[in-house]
Design a protein. Sequence first.
Length: 643
Amino acid sequence: MCGIAGYTHTNRDLDEDLIRSITNLIRHRGPDQQGIYISEGISLGAVRLKIIDLAGGNQPMQSEDGRTVLVYNGEIYNYREIRENLTHRGHRFRSNSDTEVVLRAFLEWDTASFEKLKGMFALALWQESGQRLVLARDRMGIKPLYYSHQAGQIYFGSELKVLLAHPAISRTLDLAALDQYLSLNYVPCPRTLIQGIEKLPPGHVLEWTSGKQSLHPFWELKFCPEEDLREDEATEQLDGLLRQSVREHLISDVSLGVWLSGGVDSSTIVHYAAAESSQPLKTFSISFSGRSFDEGRYFRAVSERYSTEHHEFDLSRDLKLEETIRQFAEFADEPCGDSSSLPVWYLSKLCRQHVTVALSGEGADELFGGYLTYQADRLARLMRVVPAPLRQSALNAANRYLPVSEDKIGREYIVKRFLEGTFLSSFERHCYWNGTFSEAQKQELCTFERDPAWGIEFLANGMRSLGKLNRFLCFDQRYYLADDILAKVDRMSMAHSLEVRPPFLDHQIVEFASSLPESFKIRGRHQKYLLKRLMCDRLPRQILARKKIGFDIPAHDWLRRELRPLLLEELSPSAVSRTGLFRPETIQKWMRNHFEGRTNIGFHLWGLLILFLWMKKWEIVPHPQKLEDRAQLVCLGIGSPTP
């Protein structure tokens, strides 16, 4: 795994120190090797975490004639087959790395090579002939790639910070992206929270030649259910696809393990990995001993079933939470209001002490229908038959008679949140149930003028015709999976120089899942029906029968206690006022109600906390017309005097 950075320029802008300093910012992504390439047209940087061919594969990598250069982040699991094909076509390889396979595949097939790659990747290819730059990102967006096109030049990198470090890039907040962050807890592609910086969409290629750019997909997912597909046939197909995917994801020249939560998804990965491994697997888990949502008994049962070498970290111990949150708010690069970032941080830290690569179960919920919100939507459609005044009366009664719970996600929280969601449109309630701000709450909170075109319903354009379940699966795969789940895992793992691979997101499995009838995903009360049918005689019974808990922290509780001082400091009235974005009195009222146990709004407060920490760290300018330069920003107490 690696990190990449670069920017085009004219020869008068050559600056070796700049590209080196920018590349140094992502050294955590690749501590084993660092390199740069500079010509009159471009500066490229790469850092490498050595996984395959430890002796070869250093970057940037050049073709024999020196006129094509590659910087690349990712793993290609079918690189041996592509290499054999290229060898038959006359190519002679200098290394055993997948990096060289990517380079030579491009030399042979140009951008058509990307659809031949099976794996995760974000890459940049520069051709001196024609001064051409090509950027590409894998189909599901497992690996990140940011870019900015300004004044005819392209700036790009694996993390937002490499663009922010370039003097040509301003740090002005994108208010449309901020509005969407409040709605979703993340910023959906292609936006970022910085004006002028975008994410390259998954499965897309960007080509730049002498100041002009074009963007086009090399892969698009379509939901076309095969209604006549038989269950036993589908089960057999899924078994073969998972077996092949896990076998390919185990390819590594360094030590490897599996993240294990004790749920069906990660336990399934352990099952197939154990069958393919000649040595006992190493497994890694996070526990919350003494908490009702602790999953210890489940992941220990799986570890025992497959005789793994198991390691776990207890998140209920006395931790330096404030210090850690400030750390991962920096490494998160772009704020993510998903509070499960914290356990992923600790899991990555634990894992890296033993291995360099880990397999995980990300993607199964979005492919096969694993989230409770999918079931809740079915119930909400029935509830909306009930007149709104009666539903409001039920909500009022719940607020009056159901006491606020200290649980991570208590029953009262679920009931109230569900009833509130019945007053929203379909996609709005789907997102609102994940603990985000409603339109009414944003209206109460925000001082900046908001545009209806920024709303969730606009993001969902074109999805309503996909079916009652597939519309939400499509939304979650396109946005939630790529811009929250995968982004969170990438930043938290790479902060510890750990590579994480999600076998469920092999594009053949993704395409297979999109071809399934909706009844194969959710049937009655049963979610992920086909996957559980496949694993019913393989996993311990309690794993298949358990309720979904979710990999998260007790945000409501911690923000009332351990994290209360941090919250009060970062969201103080003066800190909020300085941004000019939010009403201090609204945030103070919400915090007071939360602290006094009148409501559970921990997930909202967590999202605001991470946002404010990020703005401070990266010296983001909320209102450029008022704060014209960095010196004024520092005078107001946002950021530090040095970049």
